[in-house]
Each structure stands twice: as structure tokens, then as C-alpha cells.
Design a protein around this ligand. Structure first.
Ligand SMILES: [Zn+2]
Length: 582
């Protein structure tokens, strides 16, 4: 059900201001910082013209711009791209090829050691003995974890074969945001070329035969002055608190569907909510990020670092706007978000569209730079084409651009990938969800939904580690915490907790439980840019049963420390809800 205020605000949402931004961006290749900064100024100028105050932050980001690259086999050159942040090989690398097929069911196994995790995604990768000094040929999209594994095994380089006729741009650093002294050692030292599937076949055949090939890549990597437009809309009764709506404005090529449509969507939501700010209890901030593609989420990571204390104190939720408004994207399925937000998001989608949405756990992408701080996030993306439509079009799975395979290719300059009706609906969805999160007297997030799977995960770890380590204290702490959280949410639902106490606790749980469930690094840092298993502090339990006896004591040590972290966090969470319940 929509309230009359919601109906009134949604009635003001239009594509009159947003569509022209997509048209303009379809002509600007937003890769080079000079072009990106021009795009940022265009966003700011449009906002000012609409009467919306905007601040353009300036910062230096470490960015990497891929240039020309190619693979040479039997004197024939195949077109290639190179992933951002990989090592440039302008003089070329020549070596024997080795084929390492990717598994279709990759990444099922999790591990504290990402090398194990990515090794599991190949059929017989074989380790350094096979890989060292050779050029690895494998299928997939340029995956930082896999390329990092090949680098550690001493590969001379890698050739990645994409699934279709297009070559998708990508990035290959495991460092989230611009590096610092503590993680710059992880900067990729491997060179890689990406080819399309038809060209990949003769290269795979040559690799099977153990033949040689050569590839070259050009990249320009350095610190670049970048711009980040931000709108701050004040709230009326909780002026310091805010909901953060964000998305990237740099793109591969002109990125119509990734992410000009998102930039346009945020422009319209910013306009509509600014005009209706008297209806906002809490504030709303809208940020357009630079450095998403070429700097591995550099813009959003910078914003977290720059405003960390403010985010920690005041950010009640965030939502990422990436690739809304795309052609054929008429369903809301498997939207990634934190589980405590799922009921809220599903209800919002239902109230607006009548559709029943499904949700799933966020992966490590899409400017979700807020897990270490611990901020609840709803929406990584939103609308996608249906599986039936995907099949009809013969597309493979793509996580952006509404499922259109123009994603991260030069085809994404075509306006046909954006759809006026879908954009209008998605603009309304973001406006409604942000407005509701900003206006709910009590924050609309239910921690039972996040805590239940965490308890299950910890029980699973305990069962796997059983022969080598006793995790029953962690299980007991998690079960106790889940019980207190359930009591808290029931008390909130029964109106027995004041709104201010409930909100403090709901936000407080995010600061404790999201880091516990999603991160390894401290709260003021950024976790690496690869998928982390749930409750990573205890993930050594997954592998301990298969370890050789020399390694087991190290894993036991990890679990001893991890268990302390889990129990301490569960106690913190209990204290938070107990305080709220008086
Ligand atoms: Zn995107």
C-alpha cells in the first residue's frame, strides 16, 4: 500500500530530466579521468539547474586504463582486451600455453585461503609445477581471484576466453579501492589478455597441444585527480541520520546500460526528494562514484575513508543503483542485498509493481564498500530480464545491464539498451525505497532474517571442525544472541520499544553483525575484492578435515582466534538489544 505522500512524490517522477543525461552520456566514453570529470560536472550542472545543491568532491584515485592488446598465434593476431589493473606487457610475452579448463559449477567451496577457493574452480589446475613459466588459457570473465592464483603459481601470463562473441572489459585487482601501504603488495603482477569465444577456440586447441603463443597489453596506471558529485538532502526530525543512494558514473566505453541509466535514475530521485524534503524524517545523500571500473570501486572506497566517522555514526542504510532501466528488464529476481532488508525490499517492490521479488546474499561487487563499517544495504542492482527472455535471446548469464550482453562492451553505446518505461518504474522504485527507509519511524530492517543463516553457518562450521576443534562455545554464543535478537524484534513489533531505542539498536546491530558476517579486515579498512564466505572468522573449519597434519595446528590457531571474534561480537549484539529493551 502506498501512502498519499508516497503517491504524490511518485506522481512527480518523470524521465524528462533523466533521459537527456543518458543521451548525453551515450556520447562520452567515461573511462579516461578527463572525460569522467567532464561527466561529473555535467551531473552537477544538471542538478544545479534543477535547483538541487550539489558538492563536487575532488580526490586522487589510483586508476588503470586498458589500451590496445592482442594475442598472436601462428602469425595471426586475435583481437583482445586487457583487464584494468593488470600488469602492462607492451613488449609482449611469449611462452608455452597451458589449458586450465574452468568448471561450470565453480566457487562452491569456500576457504580462508582464497587460493584454495579459486583452485577449486578449475579442473586439474595442477599447481605451480604445471603453471610456472607458462601462459594459462582458461574460460570465464577476468576474475581477480583466479588471476591472482595463476600469478602466485608463477604463470608467465593468462589468456581468458569469454563466453560469447564479444569481449567484456573487466578488472583484475584483489585490492578494494585505491591501495595503501598495507595492501599495495597485492597489486597484480600478472599480465592478461581477454579474447572472445570463437577466437579462444584455436588458442585452446594450441594450448592442448602444448604450443607457444605471444600476447601484448598496454595499460596506463597512475594516480589521477577525480571528481565525486554528492547531494545532501536534510531530514526534518533526525537531521544527522541519512540513507545513502549511490552508483558509479564512470563506465566501460559510454556505458548506456552500465551505468548511464543508473546515473539518470539517481538524478531524478535526487530532484524529486529534494523537492519533497519537507516529507523526509531522515536525510538522504546521493553519490555518483568515479573509479568503479578502472579503480576497483575507488570512488566509493574513498568516500568511506573520508567520511568514515560520519557513516559509522549516522548512516542508517545504503542502496546501490547500477544498471536500472534496461531493455527487457521486467522482473525483480535474485536481487542481492543484506538479509535484514529483504522483507522491506520485497514489500516495496510489491507495493509499486505487484511483483513478488526474490533476494539473495550480496557478493563482493557493485560498490558495496560499506560492509567493513557495517551498514545495511538494500539493492545491488534491481530489474533484470526474465530467465525465459534470456533463453529466448540465447544470452549467457550477465550480472549487469539488466542481463543484456552488451554489458562491458563497445555495444553499450547504443541507446536501445535503455528503456523509458523500465527506467521510469525503476526511478520510482528507488525513490520509494529510499523515502521509506528515510521515513520509517522505526528502521524497517528485521535482524532475525540475517541472524538465522549466520547461526546455521556457525553450526555447519562446528560440525566440519569437530574432530579437530571445538566450536561449541561459538555455537552457544550465536544461539544465545539469536534468541535475544528475536526477543528484541518481537518487542519492537509489539510496540514495547521506543522508536529511538529501537533505531539505535537496529543500526548498532549492523555495525557489529555485518562485519562479522562479511569481513576479515578491521572496520576502518576494506576487505579484498573477492567473495568471502559467511562468518569468515571460522571458515578454516571448512578445510580442516582435509588438511595434512602439519597444517592442522595453524588452522586450529585460526579457529581459536576466530572463535574469540565471534563470541565477542555476539556479546556486543546482545548488549545492544538488551539496552534497547531496558
Ligand atoms: Zn555497473
Amino acid at each position: 500500500m502506498l501512502t498519499s505522500t508516497e503517491k504524490s512524490v511518485l506522481g512527480q517522477i518523470t524521465i524528462a530530466h533523466s533521459w537527456p543525461l543518458i543521451e548525453e552520456f551515450s556520447t562520452i566514453v567515461r573511462e579516461h579521468p578527463d572525460e569522467c570529470n567532464r561527466a561529473a560536472e555535467s551531473i552537477a550542472a544538471r542538478l544545479r539547474k534543477l535547483g538541487v545543491p550539489v558538492t563536487v568532491h575532488e580526490m586522487n584515485l589510483r586508476l588503470s586504463l586498458p589500451g590496445k592488446s592482442g594475442v598472436i598465434l601462428d602469425g595471426k593476431e586475435f583481437r583482445a582486451k586487457t583487464p584494468a589493473l593488470s600488469r602492462a606487457a607492451p613488449d609482449g610475452i611469449e611462452a608455452e600455453l597451458i589449458y586450465v579448463p574452468s568448471r561450470k559449477d565453480s566457487l562452491k567451496l569456500y576457504s580462508v585461503d582464497p587460493r584454495d577457493m579459486f583452485e577449486a574452480s578449475f579442473v586439474d589446475a595442477g599447481g605451480p609445477a604445471r603453471i610456472k613459466g607458462r601462459i594459462v588459457v582458461t574460460e570465464g570473465l577476468s576474475n581477480p581471484g583466479k588471476l591472482n592464483l595463476f600469478e602466485q603459481w608463477g604463470a608467465a601470463g593468462a589468456i581468458v576466453v569469454n563466453p560469447g562473441v564479444d569481449i567484456h572489459w573487466g578488472s583484475c585487482s584483489t585490492i578494494w579501492g585505491s591501495p595503501d601501504l598495507d595492501n599495495m603488495q597485492r597489486r597484480p603482477r600478472i599480465s592478461a589478455a581477454i579474447v572472445n569465444n570463437p577466437d579462444g577456440q584455436p588458442i585452446i586447441a594450441a594450448a592442448r597441444a602444448g604450443r607457444r603463443a605471444r600476447f601484448y597489453t598496454h595499460l596506463e596506471e597512475r594516480w589521477w585527480a577525480s571528481k565525486l558529485p554528492e547531494v545532501r538532502i536534510p531530514g526534518t526530525s533526525e537531521p544527522d541520520k541519512f540513507v545513502l543512494l549511490h552508483g558509479h558514473y564512470d563506465s566501460w566505453d559510454t556505458g548506456v546500460s552500465d551505468n548511464a541509466t543508473g546515473d539518470a535514475c539517481m538524478l531524478e530521485v535526487a530532484r524529486a526528494l529534494w523537492d519533497n524534503r519537507k516529507h523526509l524524517r531522515r536525510g538522504v545523500r546521493v553519490c555518483w562514484w568515479p573509479g568503479h571500473s578502472s579503480g576497483r570501486y575507488g570512488g566509493s572506497a574513498w568516500y568511506v575513508d573520508r567520511f568514515w566517522l560520519d557513516l559509522d555514526e549516522n548512516c542508517v542504510a545504503h542502496t546501490n543503483c547500477d544498471s536500472p532501466g534496461c531493455r527487457d528488464a521486467n522482473t525483480y529476481r535474485d536481487i542481492r542485498m543484506h538479509a535484514e532488508c529483504a522483507d522491506f525490499a520485497v514489500a516495496t517492490i510489491r507495493d509499486l509493481t505487484g511483483q513478488v521479488a526474490s533476494t539473495r546474499r550480496p557478493n563482493r561487487s557493485s560498490d558495496y564498500s560499506f560492509n567493513n563499517v557495517g551498514v545495511s544495504g538494500f539493492f545491488m542492482g534491481t530489474s533484470m530480464m526474465s530467465l525465459e527472455r534470456r533463453k529466448e535471446l540465447g544470452y549467457y548469464e550477465i550480472s549487469g545491464s539488466g542481463g543484456n550482453i552488451s554489458w562491458h562492451t563497445e555495444h553499450d553505446r547504443n541507446m536501445e539498451w535503455a528503456d523509458r518505461d523500465v527506467l521510469l518504474r525503476d526511478q520510482k522504485l528507488y525513490a520509494l525505497a529510499v523515502m521509506r527507509a528515510a521515513n520509517a519511524e522505526i528502521l524497517p530492517f528485521d535482524w532475525r532474517a540475517s541472524v538465522a543463516p549466520m547461526v546455521e553457518t556457525i553450526r555447519g562450521y562446528a560440525a566440519q571442525a569437530k574432530a579437530h576443534f571445538d566450536l561449541s562455545p561459538a555455537v552457544a554464543a550465536a544461539e544465545s544472541m539469536a534468541g535475544r535478537v528475536a526477543a528484541f524484534q518481537a518487542a519492537v513489533a509489539a510496540g514495547k520499544v521506543t522508536a529511538s531505542a529501537a533505531n539505535e539498536a537496529i543500526q548498532g546491530l549492523a555495525r557489529v553483525l555485518i562485519p562479522l558476517d562479511f569481513t576479515v579486515e578491521p572496520r576502518t579498512r576494506h576487505d579484498p575484492a573477492y567473495v568471502t564466505p559467511s562468518v569468515p572468522a571460522l571458515a578454516a573449519a571448512v578445510n580442516i578435515a582435509h588438511m595434512d597434519t602439519d597444517t592442522v595446528p595453524y588452522a586450529q590457531n585460526s579457529l581459536l582466534r576466530g572463535q574469540n571474534r565471534v563470541i565477542a561480537a555476539c556479546r556486543d549484539a546482545e548488549r545492544i538489544v538488551d539496552r534497547a529493551m531496558g
